[in-house]
Design a protein around this ligand. Structure first.
Ligand code: FAD
Ligand code: NDP
Ligand code: HEM
Ligand code: FE
Length: 461
């Protein structure tokens, strides 16, 4: 079925340049969307279909032929067919000899087949140059133009000329090709769309565990304990008071856990006497998801700040203040101003504000638009040096908040110390170890540090 002229199509390239003809096998969702996008960018499109006469909804200007007829029209063929149906290609092997076959397919499960779809295709049609591309772009995004999240097209293949031609097409479509090497990389590329936030899993579960643990810890100390001893109903504390302990504690702990792996790595290198050995997998993985740990920590810090801002409008706080004033007035008791308390109070709040400011700065530099604008040294300066300063300020904020009552036995309830005392263990350990070990680190180890970032950079942000 011949479609009407392509003259009316918006061309993003110079229309005097004659664009090449590209063949798309399969007239399903993806084939149609990609075909439309390519037509808009000036390509001539020939669809290959099992039923060329029955095909409907195809973009204006595209030609539809049988698979074998279509294959003869172009030396680039994009295969918009599911892997399960690739067998029809065996009848076309002669025709496909020397042509570029672009495999865009995805599977339903990670490692569904022993070999990648692209490698399977290369076995089926050994004479063709198979290139893997486009599988991380959805048909919907191609159609709607909502490509912000998925502009990157991972490309791999054994024939570099074939790969270059496919990358040129990717660029013409306004997408960003990322060369991933030979066809061996196809397996990993095919797994990308099936992963659900891989780098966020560990930080997410860890923060959930931290929140649940500290929540119940505080409930035992602040709700159950007063009920058992004084028959006092303090359940209302579960709404604001306890979350405003749990969230800052989670923020502080996660922030410390961002910097702990660096310390462990340094200790490991000192112990091994070399920096040229791979870290164990758990440490490598931990290093790679520090950004996510840090961003979740920042989220909790935000919650803490918001919960803190509402303290003055809480009924419980206003009631307590009013009652204290009345009690003092009726008892004719004076409450002299304590400069020490004022200092301590202002200091811990000020430390919190400064810590929060740097925390936000870390968050801002991790935005791709900002991190791309600074060089490696600047990024590392902010993330590592200012990051430690953030950790130190937040730890100091908590230490000064504890103030004098910090280790007094009177704060123990059922032998349990206040939650923030426990929360200070990891941050203090990290800060002290960093100060000890950074003096004895290896010359030149900074260069080596590029690796974990470089490796994490291909993970969609
Ligand atoms: C809000 C927020 C946002 C963040 N955003 C980002 C972000 O966008 N990107 C990001 O990467 N991180 C981000 N982070 C995480 C964190 O800030 C960085 O990972 C930071 O650089 C860690 O600094 P560090 O000094 O502990 O570790 P590093 O600078 O990695 O190193 C510490 C020590 O570890 C050793 N070491 C580490 N890696 C290696 C290696 N590969 N080979 C040999 N030795 C090694 C060295 O001895 C080194 O002295 C963020 C954190 C927060 C809180
Ligand atoms: N949809 C999406 O968003 C994305 C899809 N992909 C990949 O693109 C490929 C196509 O996906 P999609 O377009 O969604 O799938 P559809 O089911 O919509 O289309 C598949 C097309 O394959 C052709 N086909 C060839 N042989 C057979 C057969 N034996 N049985 C059924 N169909 C056959 C058909 O075209 P005809 O009738 O003309 O022969 C059919 O329209 C898949 O490999 C998928 O993994 C990749 C990224 C995103
Ligand atoms: C604008 C910034 C901040 C302000 C104004 C602030 C203020 C406060 C206040 C008023 C308290 C006492 C809460 C109470 O009495 O229950 C507190 C406690 C605490 N803050 Fe902050 N804070 C800030 C930022 C931070 C940051 C960035 C962190 C850590 C990442 C942090 C960690 C803590 C911790 C751990 C506690 C103790 C929680 C407890 O057990 O009660 N704070 N902060
Ligand atoms: Fe992870």
């Amino acid at each position: 079925m011949e479609k009407t002229s392509a003259d009316s199509l918006p061309l993003t390239v110079n229309s005097s340049e004659k664009q090449e003809t590209v063949c798309i096998f399969g007239t399903g969702d993806f084939g149609r969307s990609l075909g439309l996008k390519m037509l808009q960018c000036g390509y001539s499109i020939v669809f290959g279909s099992r039923n060329p006469r029955m095909s409907s909804l195809l973009p204006n200007g595209a030609e539809v032929l049988s698979y074998s007829e279509a294959a003869q029209k172009s030396d680039i063929i994009i295969l918009a067919v599911h892997r399960e149906h690739y067998d029809f290609l065996t009848e076309l092997t002669e025709l496909l000899n020397g042509k570029i076959l672009v495999d865009i397919s995805n599977n339903l499960k990670i490692n569904q087949y022993p070999e990648s779809n692209a490698e399977y295709l290369a076995q089926l049609v050994p004479g063709a140059h198979v290139v893997k591309a486009f599988n991380t772009i959805s048909a919907w995004a191609l159609q709607s133009g909502a490509l912000d999240a998925s502009r990157q097209v991972f490309v791999c293949g054994n024939d570099s000329k074939a790969k270059q031609r496919v990358m040129d097409i990717v660029r013409t479509l306004g997408l960003t090709p990322l060369d991933q090497g030979s066809l061996i990389a196809a397996k990993e590329i095919e797994n990308y769309p099936l992963q659900l936030f891989p780098m966020w899993k560990f930080p997410f579960y860890l923060s959930a565990i931290l929140c649940v643990f500290f929540f119940f810890y505080c409930v035992i100390r602040e709700v159950i304990y007063p009920y058992v001893y004084e028959k006092k109903d303090s359940t209302f504390r579960m709404a604001i008071s306890i979350p405003n302990r749990v969230f800052p504690i989670a923020a502080l702990t996660l922030l410390a856990l961002v910097y702990l792996p660096g310390v462990i790595a340094a200790v490991l290198q000192l112990y091994r006497g070399t920096k040229y050995r791979r870290f164990p997998d758990w440490l490598d993985h931990w290093m790679l998801c520090r950004k996510q740990l840090g961003l979740i920590a920042l989220g909790f810090a935000f919650l803490h700040v918001i919960y803190t801002l509402v303290i003055p409008i809480r009924y419980y706080v206003r009631w307590t203040l009013r009652n204290m004033t009345i009690t003092q007035a009726t008892a004719k008791k004076e409450n002299p101003f304590s400069t020490t308390t004022a200092w301590l109070n202002d200091s811990y709040i000020s430390l919190g504000i400064l810590g929060f400011f740097l925390f936000v700065l870390l968050g801002i530099t991790s935005l791709p638009s900002v991190s791309n604008a600074v060089n490696w040294r600047e990024f590392r300066f902010v993330q590592s040096k200012l990051g430690y300063l953030t950790l130190i300020l937040c730890t100091a904020h908590t230490l000064v908040y504890g103030g004098k009552r910090f280790l007094s036995p009177s704060i123990l309830k059922w032998y349990l110390p206040s939650a923030y005392v426990i929360a200070l263990i990891i941050p203090c350990t990290v800060a002290i170890s960093k100060m000890t070990f950074c003096r004895i680190s290896f010359p030149g180890s900074c260069m080596e540090l590029k690796e974990p970032y470089a490796r994490s950079s291909h993970i969609p942000k």
